[in-house]
Design a protein around this ligand. Structure first.
Ligand SMILES: *Cc1c(COP(=O)(O)O)cnc(C)c1O
Length: 438
């Protein structure tokens, strides 16, 4: 059945949604006595109701057993990182030994670059997307400087064509081919945080390998959002955070992926710590680092139990719902949002969508580019119980006035957002545009 712009239709879709029960498993911030329209799971996911019990469980364990908690109970802390592996592998399409949860995202990006950005006189360039998330830009800039290069020498950015906002895969590949012989690493986001574009990770990885370079990805906006097959795509490494789509709370732990091709090479250079050391002899306290097999061999420290406990509670929900079912709903839900927005655009046209209009090239987020008074529209939505976010235009340099042109990012998360949420959001937007022009 084609989409319809009515409440009856939206409610019917919600009734038929096989994942509808998951909404009840999350807390929504309240606005005037009802749930907000929460579309910011791309920034901080909602709290799963199971998080508190998971956290309290570990606090009790600590209270009752103190240091013995490392060895006692169903999930002894000594082994705790292992209890997150099946769910983590499911989310990113990996083998269990290819993933690990540790540290935070930017820290892991640096650790991965220590192993996979090893420039020499011939190969020293890093190819990345223009407009990458600032933390990634700073990480890359500091890495190339640390190896003695300037960003101008070593960083190659792929930009959209004039008049376009997203990148074309053929342009990414052309740049990789052009700089191939000098390229050490191709480092991309999975889903760009600003435009919502989901890059073709498989094609980028193939092109990087053909050029003799490694391919790594920052999946902050991809993990828990889009289908990933890191193992099959032969991605070399990836990192992500858990507090966005993965709903694991502010500052939650990061995940890392290292393909098994590399995970079983103990000679691969890395920065080491005791938790990455062969666990059979970890407590012999001897000299000489022998890494664990797989991604576990990149661990530095013992597990951050309290934040891992919350992360596990959330990952268990993803494992149960499955990424495949979430994606099926996500395509419909975001498609519905797009349909409703297009209706308004055709009539009024105060904004347009910069996210690709094909589901395979995006996740759940749509980025609405406002041509004028965008900040005002954002404030209007906020005062009516919408939680979205506002980003000043960063596509057109200094050419635009602050508060005018920019992007409102709206991310209906298939775990907890409904078709009715999407309809109510679009109705507010429509009313705003109508009042403005009357
Ligand atoms: C959110 C985000 C980060 C944040 O990094 P932290 O180290 O977790 O603070 C980094 N990169 C991208 C692409 C992001 O979207």
């Amino acid at each position: 059945m084609p989409y319809q712009p009515t409440l009856a239709y939206a409610q019917e879709q919600d009734r038929k949604d096989p994942l509808r029960g998951y909404r009840e498993q999350f807390y929504f911030p309240q606005h005037q006595g009802r749930d907000t329209l929460y579309f910011t799971g791309n920034s901080l996911g909602l709290q799963p109701k199971s998080a508190k019990a998971a956290l309290l469980h570990e606090l009790e364990h600590w209270k009752n057993h103190a240091v013995e908690g490392h060895f006692r109970g169903e999930m002894p802390w000594m082994e705790y990182h292992k209890f997150l592996l099946p769910q983590t592998a499911h989310v990113v399409g990996a083998k269990e030994e290819e993933v690990i949860v540790m540290n935070t995202l930017t820290a892991n990006l640096h650790l991965m670059m220590v192993s996979f950005y090893r420039p020499d006189a011939g190969r020293y360039k890093i190819i990345m997307e223009a407009g990458a998330f600032p933390s990634d830009q700073y990480a890359v800039e500091s890495q190339v400087r640390w190896h003695g290069y300037t960003p101008e020498q070593a960083i190659v950015e792929v930009s959209p064509r004039a008049g376009e906002e997203c990148l074309r895969t053929e342009d990414i590949i052309a740049i990789i081919e052009q700089h191939g012989k000098e390229t050490a690493l191709v480092l991309f986001g999975g889903v760009n945080y600003f435009t919502g574009q989901f890059f073709n990770l498989k094609a980028i990885t193939e092109a990087a390998h053909k050029a003799g370079a490694y391919a790594g990805f920052d999946l902050a906006h991809a993990a828990g959002n889009v289908p990933l097959k890191l193992h099959d795509w032969e991605v070399d490494f990836a990192v992500w955070c858990s507090y966005k789509y993965l709903n694991s709370g502010p500052g939650g732990p990061s995940g890392a992926f290292v393909h098994e091709r590399h995970g079983n090479k103990p000679e691969l250079p890395r920065f080491a710590g005791w938790w990455g050391h062969d666990e059979r002899e970890r407590f012999l306290m001897r000299k000489g680092f022998h890494p664990m097999k797989g991604a576990a061999g990149w661990q530095l420290s013992n597990a951050q139990i309290l934040s891992f406990a919350v992360h596990k509670a959330s990952l268990d929900i993803f494992h149960q719902a499955t990424m495949a079912a979430l994606r099926t709903k996500s395509e419909k839900l975001t498609g519905y949002l797009e349909y409703l927005l297009q209706e308004i655009i055709q009539r009024k046209g105060g904004f347009h969508i910069i996210t690709p209009n094909t589901p395979q090239n995006r996740g759940c987020q749509l980025s609405i580019y406002t041509h004028r008074d965008g900040r005002h529209l954002y404030n209007y939505l906020e005062s009516h119980g919408v939680i979205s976010d506002w980003r000043e235009d960063n596509l057109h340099g200094g050419e635009v006035q602050p508060g005018q042109a920019g992007v409102i990012r709206v991310a209906p998360a298939p775990l907890y957002n409904s078709f009715q949420d999407v309809l109510e959001f679009a109705t507010l937007l429509k009313d705003y545009e109508k009042n403005k022009s009357s």
